[in-house]
Design a protein around this ligand. Sequence first.
Ligand SMILES: [Cu+2]
Length: 134
Amino acid sequence: MTFYDPAGKVPDFNVPQPQSSGPPKLVVPHAAPEGDTDVDSNELYGSGLLIPGQSYTFTFPKPGVYSYVCVVHAPQGMFGTITVAAAEQPTKPASLPNTGAGGSESPLLPLLAGALVLMLLGMLSWRIARRKLP
Ligand SMILES: [Cu+2]
């Protein structure tokens, strides 16, 4: 898969590069350098050739419409576009109407404190009641 400018020509599958000696070297152009994610929507850039079982991961650095082509199968019409939308900002939850009561504390804490006080009072009154017994 190679990104390309749809207004321009489809990138070549490979480009012969002359060497100082021997036959020309066939170079697959626009292969992505390892770890390079600097790409524009119209910049030639590609995954290089992938064989079955191989995968290619790319994180788009910015929103846009990225046109791509499979340079091997361009004559068969293997083109496509990837639309990258802007990341949504996390929205604040709708605030509840202010009743003037409560706060950020858990409502369980005052309940537990109240239950503890009632329990202590109950134990105290039980002991006082037992003292009065003959
Ligand atoms: Cu293909």
